[in-house]
Write a protein that binds this ligand. Structure first.
Ligand SMILES: Nc1ncnc2c1ncn2[C@@H]1O[C@H](COP(=O)(O)OP(=O)(O)OP(=O)(O)O)[C@@H](O)[C@H]1O
Ligand SMILES: [Mg+2]
Length: 286
């Protein structure tokens, strides 16, 4: 049978299992490989990745295009499974779970942010953020309250009733982050979250991820091509050709450097007080 019976995987209605003991990583990859395709067309995207991530860590994954970063993220987020090797999450062998069990684990513990935001168009920020809770069958009042709180957490209080088309790229990515954290995930997986944003908006998003890591205790794994963005992380892992080439702590994460100036000034994080939401106001008025 699957590893579930041995390791008691999470149930959707169950309260979260206790945090792993300090000695046990939250995430552990052991010699993970991934082969796409078969026979002559087979391509080995991962060639034996081993990686431990402790709860509360903030890891940037860098490396050339095609080095396997997204492949590894998909496996970490239970969207795909390794060809060989072991993936342990809180000590549970994920590679031994069924597809349904992996989906359960994914919904309970992981939030995802992608380069392209992936918001529903013609749908308000609040509705987008509520979606994961709708899938969980949460009642409307609870969904609204949790989504409004998540939007406030990402600095979008007052923007709840704007549709995606009425938001800037940076704001859309913040809605996507609110959607990712509304389920209170243990881990946020962000695959090039600033890839579509200008430098200023990118730094705003990175400060937000930092805050979620520090204040909400969310473990963050983020893929980026930009050294400036990786500099926010506590640890930087370099992939090359399907393998971990380097893995080292960032001795001075940007936000901890003396004299570092935050880009997230009051003007950068719109609130009801300093930036009214005209569309929301007009909707309410009609
Ligand atoms: N579904 C798939 N089928 C076949 N090959 C794939 C598939 N997904 C990825 N690959 C191949 O696996 C390799 C690693 O891809 P991956 O997307 O993980 O790279 P990446 O490091 O994220 O690159 P980028 O920085 O461009 O996003 C690439 O050569 C890619 O073509
Ligand atoms: Mg990629």
């Amino acid at each position: 049978m699957s590893a579930v019976q041995d390791a008691a995987p999470p149930q959707p209605s169950a309260s979260p299992p206790p945090s792993p003991p300090p000695s046990q990583p939250l995430i552990s990859l052991r010699g993970v490989t991934k082969v796409y395709g078969e026979g002559a067309l087979a391509f080995q995207a991962l060639k034996g990745i081993s990686l431990d991530v402790q709860q509360g860590d903030f890891v940037a994954i860098m490396g050339p295009s095609g080095s396997g970063k997204s492949t590894a993220m998909n496996i970490l987020g239970c969207l795909d499974h390794p060809s060989t090797g072991a993936y342990l999450f809180r000590g549970v062998h994920v590679e031994g779970l069924t597809r349904d069990e992996r989906a359960l684990l994914r919904r309970r513990y992981f939030g995802f942010v992608f380069q392209g935001f992936h918001l529903l168009p013609r749908t308000t920020a609040l509705e987008n953020v509520e979606l994961p809770l709708l899938y969980r069958g949460e009642p409307a009042a609870k969904r609204h309250a949790a989504a409004a709180q998540a939007l406030a957490d990402v600095g979008l209080k007052g923007w709840e009733h704007h549709t995606s088309a009425e938001l800037s790229g940076g704001q859309q990515q913040r809605v996507a982050i609110a959607r990712a954290i509304v389920t209170a995930p243990a881990v946020l997986l962000a695959d090039e979250p600033t890839g579509n944003l200008d430098t200023h908006r990118s730094h705003e998003i990175m400060e937000l991820l930092w805050r979620l890591n520090v204040e909400h205790g969310i473990t963050v794994l983020m893929v980026t091509h930009e050294h400036d963005m990786a500099d926010y992380a506590r640890r930087i892992v370099h992939f090359v050709d399907g393998q971990v080439e380097r893995d080292a702590p960032n001795p001075a994460p940007l936000m901890l450097r003396p004299g570092h100036k935050s880009v997230t000034a009051a003007e950068a994080l719109p609130t009801q007080a300093n930036q009214p939401a005209p569309a929301a106001a007009s909707e309410e008025g009609t």
